[in-house]
Ligand binder design. Structure first.
Ligand code: UFG
Length: 327
C-alpha cells in the first residue's frame, strides 16, 4: 500500500517524501505545481499533476492507487497574501480539503496527517504555547487552517476517519544533502531572505520592528528544521496506524531566537557581514511565538535532531548557495 502525499512537490511536502522513501514507504504525490516544483518530486515517487479541488481527479487517483493513508500539505500558506486575497485561502485550503475528505470517505481511506500552523493561536496567551491554549487567529491563513482542523474534527465524528493535525512553528533549513530546499516566489521568510545577502541577491536584510517587548526589541520565533517536521509526519502516521485517536500536536524546538540573533547566526555561518536595516513593524506579527512540543515528544516519541540554529542555517546555506535561483 502507498502513502498519498498532497503537495509533495512543495517545501515541507518534498522533504517529507524524501524521509518517507528512506523509511521504505511507497509514495504517491499529488501536486498542482502552483507553488511546488517538478524538480522537488522524489524520483522514486509516483507523481500526478492535478488539483485537490477537482473531485473527478481525486477519485481517479484514489481508484487507481492502493492508499493506506494521506499526508496533506496542499494549501496556500502566506500570511500577507491571505489578508489581500482571503477567498483564495478559502478556496485552496477549505474547499480543497472538503473535496479531499469527500473523496477519502467515498473510498474508505481512514487516516490523514495534515499541516496546521502556529498561526491558529494568534497572539499567544502565555509562552510556551500548549495545544489547549486559546485559538484566535489574527490572519486569514491561520483562520482557514483552524477551520480545516474543525472540518476534520466533525468529519471524523461522523465517518470512519482519524486525523493528526501538526501545528508547525517556523519551518526552516534544507535537506542536509542539499538536493532539495526552500524555494518560494515571492520569498517572505526570514532565513532565505537573510541568505540572499551573502548570495549577492540583496544588499541588506530589513529588520521589521525594534520596539517589541523582547530582550533586543525584535520578534522572537521558534525555528524548527524541515527534516524534523518530516519525521513528525512519519511518527504521526505510525500513531494512526497503531490505532491512535485523532489528535493535535505543536512542533517546535521550544527555544526562541530574535530576528537579530538569527541575523547574527547567519553572519557566523556564512562569514559575510550581512548589513541589516531596522524598519517599521510588519503588520500582524506577534512579538513572541515559542512552542511547547512536550505532547508530540510524549505521545509520538518525536525528538528533533536539529536543535541548534547554526546547524539549521548551515543546511539552508548549503542549498541556497548551490541553488541561488531556487529550482
Ligand atoms: N522578518 C524580518 N525581515 C524580513 C522577513 C521577516 O524582520 O525580511 C521577521 C518577521 O517580522 C518575523 C520573523 O522575521 O518577526 C519571522 O518571519 P517569517 O516571515 O520568516 O515567519 P513568520 O513568523 O511570520 O511566519 C511563520 C510561518 C507562517 C505562520 C506564522 C505564524 O511561516 O506560516 O509563522 O505567525 F503562519
Amino acid at each position: 500500500m502507498s502513502i498519498l502525499v498532497l503537495g509533495g512537490a512543495g517545501y515541507i511536502g518534498s522533504h517529507t517524501v524524501y524521509e518517507l522513501i528512506d523509511a521504505g514507504e511507497d509514495v504517491v504525490i499529488v501536486d498542482n505545481l502552483q507553488t511546488g516544483f517538478r524538480e522537488a518530486v522524489h524520483p522514486k515517487a509516483k507523481f500526478y499533476e492535478g488539483d485537490i479541488r477537482n473531485r473527478e481527479f481525486m477519485d481517479s487517483v484514489l481508484e487507481k492507487e492502493d492508499i493506506d493513508g494521506v499526508i496533506h500539505f496542499a494549501a496556500s500558506s502566506q500570511v500577507g497574501e491571505s489578508m489581500k486575497d482571503p477567498l483564495k485561502y478559502y478556496s485552496n485550503n477549505l474547499c480543497g480539503t472538503e473535496v479531499l475528505l469527500e473523496s477519502m470517505v467515498a473510498h474508505g481511506i481512514d487516516k490523514i496527517v495534515f499541516s496546521s500552523t502556529a498561526a491558529t493561536y494568534g497572539e499567544p496567551e502565555s509562552i510556551p504555547i500548549v495545544e489547549t491554549d486559546r485559538t484566535l487567529p489574527t490572519n486569514c491563513y491561520g483562520e482557514t487552517k483552524l477551520s480545516m482542523e474543525k472540518m476534520f474534527k466533525w468529519t471524523s465524528k461522523a465517518h470512519n476517519l482519524r486525523f493528526v493535525s501538526l501545528r508547525y512553528f517556523n519551518a526552516c533549513g534544507a535537506h542536509p544533502e542539499g538536493m532539495i530546499g526552500e524555494a518560494h516566489n515571492p520569498e517572505t521568510h526570514l532565513i532565505p531572505l537573510i541568505l540572499q545577502v551573502p548570495n549577492g541577491q540583496r544588499e541588506y536584510i530589513s529588520i521589521f520592528g525594534n520596539d517589541y517587548d523582547t530582550e533586543d526589541g525584535t520578534c522572537v520565533r521558534d525555528y524548527i528544521h524541515v527534516n524534523d517536521l518530516a519525521q513528525a509526519h512519519i511518527l504521526a502516521l505510525k500513531y494512526l496506524r497503531e490505532g491512535g485517536a485523532s489528535n493535535i500536536f505543536n512542533l517546535g524546538n521550544g527555544v526562541g531566537f530574535s530576528v537579530k540573533e538569527v541575523v547574527e547566526t547567519a553572519r557566523k555561518v556564512t562569514g559575510h557581514p550581512i548589513p541589516a536595516k531596522e524598519e517599521e513593524r510588519r503588520a500582524g506579527d506577534p512579538s513572541t511565538l515559542i512552542a511547547s512540543s512536550e505532547k508530540a515528544k510524549e505521545v509520538l516519541g518525536w525528538k528533533p535532531q536539529f536543535d541548534d540554529l547554526e546547524t539549521i542555517i548551515s543546511t539552508a546555506w548549503k542549498w541556497h548557495q548551490s541553488h541561488p535561483q531556487g529550482y
